[in-house]
Design a protein around this ligand. Structure first.
Ligand SMILES: C[S@@+](CC[C@H](N)C(=O)[O-])C[C@H]1O[C@@H](n2cnc3c(N)ncnc32)[C@H](O)[C@@H]1O
Length: 395
């Protein structure tokens, strides 16, 4: 069983009191707010970590209250003798809970990284940002973009919200700041354990139900919601290859879950309810192919649909990272062969020259069906790119 599935929920209480004492969420916001307009709270990674540790050295100096934060957010190893009695006791609790590890007088990270996003403090799988093997739980730019697009005024205190495929719990925990009854569902052992830990860390055991349930069953069940969110597995894999639970989407283009959810919306949402689905849609340079299907859904189901395209990349940009990732999951096939198969799949099956990373907002009971697409800037996709592009670009 993985380290993540073993995480001890009781360690959340010790971590909570340390984070409050150290002023963690303020420090974290200050660090990741460097770009001012960024909506990406998970920017501490292999390429930026030197700046973060430099910030701790230069600005926070020897403040003992933040020493453990260096391990938790930046993955540093620190000497135990730098900790005072209270911090040392806390470190022992976090080591026992599996959140940190201690060896030879030094304390360092395990599989976890601490972030703060949209008012919630979260442990995530640090391999996403620091490498060291295939991560077990996904969280990424698309997760943050989806939460960013949720309209808070739709989340009423007495209302009900659901996040299908909850992963680390980010969307469910975000919505519980505005809504007293939230359900998060998943089927993976590790995401279920981590989202329960994060729920306790944020003190919302009474408001958020984390449920082991397939999204198909939630959609067929009797419950109704005012807001539904989902970042489902949506990656299109060439047929016959192994994939991960969090990424491989049904149907040839990976959009099988997106289709199932949209078709169920008139039944699952309360009148006037809204859904936010995030997905990567293949298409040409101008638009995703899926727009034609969305047009049919809007008319057939009486929906108002806005597609917020947060990023667009050329299909070729996906080839190298996907070939490496697929090789990790299908080691019997060479990277060269996977590159070739993936390119052919993009050209022949997907007819994809571009990928459009999008949040789809769907509103039921609309006065008239509507479909719009809003495009924004492309995000730099390599750390080597020198600077962010202009804030709005429509090319
Ligand atoms: C792309 S991840 C999204 C995680 C999280 N919502 C986020 O945005 O950071 C997809 C999640 O769906 C879960 N999952 C996969 N198939 C599922 C199904 N049929 N029903 C419910 N959850 C599923 C996976 O375990 C994984 O945690």
């Amino acid at each position: 069983m993985s380290q993540i599935s073993h995480i001890d929920p009781a360690a959340a209480d010790a971590l909570r009191s340390y984070l409050d004492h150290s002023g963690f969420s303020g420090i974290y916001k200050f660090i990741v707010g460097a770009n001012l307009y960024t909506v990406l709270p998970s920017v501490i990674n292999t390429s930026s970590v030197g700046q973060v540790t430099g910030f701790f050295d230069e600005v926070l100096g020897d403040d003992p209250d933040v020493t453990l934060l260096r391990c938790l957010i930046a993955g540093e190893t620190v000497e135990r003798e730098r900790l005072d009695g209270r911090q040392s006791e806390l470190a022992d609790g976090l080591i026992e809970g599996g959140i940190l590890q201690g060896r030879d007088g030094r304390i360092g990270p395990t599989t976890f990284q601490l972030i703060s996003a949209f008012g919630r403090d979260l442990l995530i799988d640090r391999r996403i940002n620091f490498g060291g093997g295939i991560h077990e739980i996904y969280i990424g730019f698309d997760s943050y973009a989806m939460v960013h697009h949720i309209q808070q005024s739709r989340l009423l205190r007495g209302g009900r919200a659901v996040d299908l495929c909850c992963g680390s719990g980010i969307a469910a925990l975000y919505m519980s700041q505005f809504c007293d009854s939230v359900v998060g569902t998943d089927i993976g052992e590790a995401p279920l354990a981590l989202s329960r830990f994060n729920r306790r860390l944020n003190g919302c055991d009474d408001r958020v139900e984390i449920r082991e349930q397939r999204l198909e069953a939630t959609l067929e069940g009797p419950e109704r919601f005012d807001v539904l969110t989902c970042n489902p597995p949506f990656v299109a894999y060439p047929p016959g290859l192994n994939g991960t639970l969090y990424s491989k989407g049904p149907d040839i283009d990976g959009q099988g879950y997106v289709r199932q959810i949209i078709e169920a919306l008139p039944r699952v949402l309360n009148p006037g309810g809204a859904a936010y689905l995030v997905t990567d849609l293949v298409g040409d340079a101008a638009r995703p192919h899926f727009m034609a299907e969305l047009d049919v859904y809007a008319r057939k189901l009486g929906l108002q649909i806005d597609v917020y395209v947060d990023n667009r990349i050329e299909a070729e940009v996906q080839v190298e990272p996907m070939a490496g990732y697929l090789h990790g999951l299908n080691p019997e096939i060479s990277v060269e062969d996977l590159r070739r198969r993936f390119r052919a799949f993009q050209a022949d099956d997907l007819r994809a020259s571009h990928y459009h990373m999008s949040t789809i907002r769907l509103v039921t009971d609309a006065p008239a069906p509507r479909l719009r697409m809003l495009r924004r800037f492309p995000v730099p996709h390599t750390p080597a790119e020198p600077k962010w592009p202009p804030i709005l670009e429509f090319a």
